[in-house]
Every structure is written in C-alpha cells, then in structure tokens.
Design a protein around this ligand. Structure first.
Ligand code: T4K
Length: 397
C-alpha cells in the first residue's frame, strides 16, 4: 500500500500491480469444454451458415432471456443494422449522445442519420423528454441504449414511440442477464441487440444476438443475415453476411455456462470496490437499476464538474498498471465524424458531464475481490492526498 505521495508510480514509486489489469478482460471459461465443442465442429466439417452450435446457442439464449426468437449474428453492430433494415427505417433515428460511438456509426453506415439526445443523470440513459424536443417530421425510429446494463425508461420510450408512430428498438450490448421491472431485457421494443464481443460479460469472441417476440421480424432478420436467401438459389430481399460461425458459437455457449459464476465473482468485486470508497462523498459506484444486473461494468462517478481530477485518476491508475477507461468520452456528438458534421446539438450538458466524470474499473475473473479492494484503497488514498497530488501534477508542487 502507498504511504506517501512519493510512493505513487506516477512519481517514481513501484506500481501497485506487477501485471496489467484491463477493463474488458474476458472472464475464464471451461477450456476443455470449449476445445471439445471446437473439435466437434471440425469433426462435422460444418463451420458456419446456421450450424448446430449456432442453433444451440440461439435456443439456449432464448430460454435464458425468456424471449421467442434469438438470432445469432457476427457482431452487435451488424445486428443493429439488420434490425433497422428489417424495420424499414429511413431517415433520422433518435438516440442517446452518451454511448459507445459504434451505436451511432452502425446507423450512419447504412445511410441513417443519428439525432443525439441528452441522457438522464440518474440512469445515464436516453431522456424521454429529449425525444419530444428533438423529434422532426424525418424521425423514423427511436434507439434506446441500456447503458452499463441498466434499463432505459422503457415505458416512457414506448409512449414516445407510439406518439410519433415510429418503431422503438434497443442497443442492449451491455445488458445480457439484466432486467427491467423483473422482465429480462431482450423482450422490449420491436427488437433488442446484445453484443457478445470479447469485452462483454458473455462472449463469442466477436458476435451478437438479436432478440424479438415478433415472428415476422425475426424471419426477415434471419433471411437478411444470410444474403437474403430463403432456400438454395432463391433470395427474397436485400441481405448481407451477418452470420455467426461455429467457433464463435462454441465460445458463446461455454461462456454462457460460465455466466452464473462470473456474475457471482463480479458481485464480490463490486462489494470490494464499494466498501473501500463508501466513506468518500466525492465519488460513488453506480448501482444496479433492479435486482437482476450482470455487474459487468464497475463505473465510478466523480462529482467534479471538470475533467481534471478524473483524468488525473485515470493517469495515476494507469501508472499503477490498472488500465481504467474513460468510457464514453468525449460523447458521440463530440466525436468524429459527427463533431464536424454541423448537424449535432451544440451541447448535451448531462452527456458532457458524464463524459468528464466517469471512470470504468476492471472487473471479471482476472481480478480478485482483494485486488479490487486494493484499487479502491488506492483511489481513497488519492482523495486523502488530493491537493498535494494536484499540485504535483500541475507542476506547482
Ligand atoms: N453498443 C454499445 C453500447 C457497445 O458498447 C458496443 C461495443 C457496441 C454497441 C458494438 O458491439 P460489437 O459490434 O462490438 O459487438 C471495446 C469493444 O471493441 C466494443 O465491442 C465495446 N462495445 C466497447 C465498449 O469496448 P474499445 O475500443 O474500448 O476496445 P479495446 O481494444 O480498447 O479493448 C477494450 C479493453 O478490453 C482493453 O482494456 C483491452 C481489453 N481486452 C480486449 C479484448 C478484445 C482484453 O483484455 N482482451 C480482449 O480480447 O472497444
């Protein structure tokens, strides 16, 4: 543990950890089970195109999420595009400015125009009042994002979608295993899209899954995922290659089996973080929005309205080999290509404040709860010596 400010790695001390601790590090799975599944695919000589492992993953996820249809895809990005295309969306899509830039670029890439709305300070999710403020005659859809796995105000978004007579769908990239009012996410809007990227709580390396209770929509998405084919030599609509391969499905299934243990581990990691910072008024760890939460993201919220101290914390942690992240700085509306487009709001105050004050900390089985406690104690130490550290970082101490 650090005793004086001189002990900080940023000022020449020994780093707290002798290995790098990443945000987004994939959690452990049973490698023998994974290898057996991959071996089976090799034995079958069936590697992609709606293979048996993909079908099993879809069926298992359908049951897990309590949703009628799960369609495995090559990434959440492609999943969002397939949903938008299958819904026939053309024009402007109202979406939050505070999300991963890929939520917006998925839409822009297929010719849609994201219209960035501000988010609610409590949930970090799309503010329904903003929908009404920013809707135009060109509004064609609403895209909510369940950021950090905390559910959007689904009912308010549904009401807004009804008023505007446009479809509502969700980017649920962070939200596998989470719920809204006791119902699993995956069951809301026209469709939801989960990411199974390596950085997610359940992973298929690269991959995603579209969920819907609408059988016609599911059918159109299935067709579009495979070039628009319905049978050999026959396409019925515009399609693309959005398929998941068998190795990814093998990993997805094995990772889903590990999920209960990973979640329990992350509950302990969260508890360790919380216990070490709970006495500090200036920071908090964001809390679940309901009983079902995957605890995959550990997000520290600092009270400072300017980014200096958050950025200082980020830098100090990195020097200690804790590779904290500033998700999602600077806000999509202030990122290329949108910032230069001239079509973005001048300011989204809540988004900008969050972009300056949040810090993502490591979770997952790479990190023990004791190590999480050490990170939390380090942060508390920095707060206790804040003015001295600030002076030294500003070059005045
Ligand atoms: N919507 C939302 C709200 C999203 O957050 C995302 C993806 C999407 C949509 C799109 O989903 P996909 O189309 O990807 O399925 C990463 C991921 O690449 C991205 O998938 C994810 N969100 C985003 C939050 O994180 P970067 O630019 O931060 O990636 P990178 O390479 O810096 O890696 C993140 C951290 O994870 C690093 O600390 C390294 C660590 N890592 C990463 C990989 C791949 C590992 O330790 N092992 C690994 O194998 O975007």
């Amino acid at each position: 543990m650090k005793r004086t400010v001189d002990d900080l790695a940023a000022f020449g001390g020994t780093p707290l950890f002798d290995r790098l601790l990443h945000v987004g590090r994939p959690s452990d799975v049973d490698r023998r089970v994974l290898a057996a599944r991959i071996d089976g695919a090799m034995e079958r000589h069936w590697l992609t195109n709606d293979g048996p492992l993909v079908r099993t993953l879809e069926a298992t996820l359908s049951e897990f999420l309590g949703v009628r249809h799960c369609i495995a895809v090559s990434s959440a990005t492609v999943g969002l595009q397939l949903v938008a295309k299958a819904l026939g969306v053309r024009g402007e899509v109202l979406m939050p400015g505070f999300t991963f830039v890929g939520t917006a670029t998925a839409l822009s890439w297929i010719g849609l125009t994201p219209v960035f709305c501000d988010v609610l300070p409590e949930s970090h999710n799309l503010d329904p009042a903003e929908i009404r403020r920013r809707a135009t005659s060109a509004t064609a859809a609403i895209l909510g994002v369940h950021l950090w796995g905390r559910s959007c105000d689904v009912e308010q978004l549904e009401a807004a979608a009804r008023e505007l007579s446009v479809p509502l769908f969700f980017d649920s990239a962070h939200a596998l295993g989470c719920s809204h009012r006791s119902r699993p996410l995956g069951n809301f809007g026209c469709a939801e899209v989960f990411s199974l990227h390596a950085t997610k709580v359940v992973t298929s390396l690269e991959g995603g899954v579209v969920t819907t209770n609408d059988s016609d929509l599911a059918e159109r998405i299935r067709q579009a995922r495979n070039f628009g084919f319905v049978k050999e030599d026959q396409t019925v609509a515009l399609g693309i290659n959005g398929k998941m391969n068998e190795f990814s499905a093998a990993m997805g299934l094995t990772s889903l089996e590990a999920y209960p243990g990973v979640r329990a581990h992350n509950v302990a990691v969260h508890a360790a973080y919380r216990a070490t910072i709970v006495h500090l008024n200036e920071i908090s760890l964001i809390e679940p929005s309901g009983p079902e939460w995957n605890y995959h993201y550990a997000i520290l919220q600092l009270q400072e309205p300017d980014g200096f101290w958050r950025n200082a914390q980020h830098r100090l942690l990195q020097k200690e080999n804790v590779l904290a992240r500033r998700y999602f700085t600077p806000g999509v509306h202030r990122s290329a290509p949108y910032a230069e487009s001239g079509h973005v709001p001048e300011s989204l105050p809540v988004t900008e404040r969050l972009a300056d004050t949040l810090l993502s900390l490591p979770t997952g089985t790479q990190l023990s709860p004791a190590e999480a406690a050490a990170i939390g104690e380090f942060i508390a130490f920095c707060y206790a010596h804040r003015s001295e550290i600030t002076d030294r970082l500003r070059g005045t101490g």
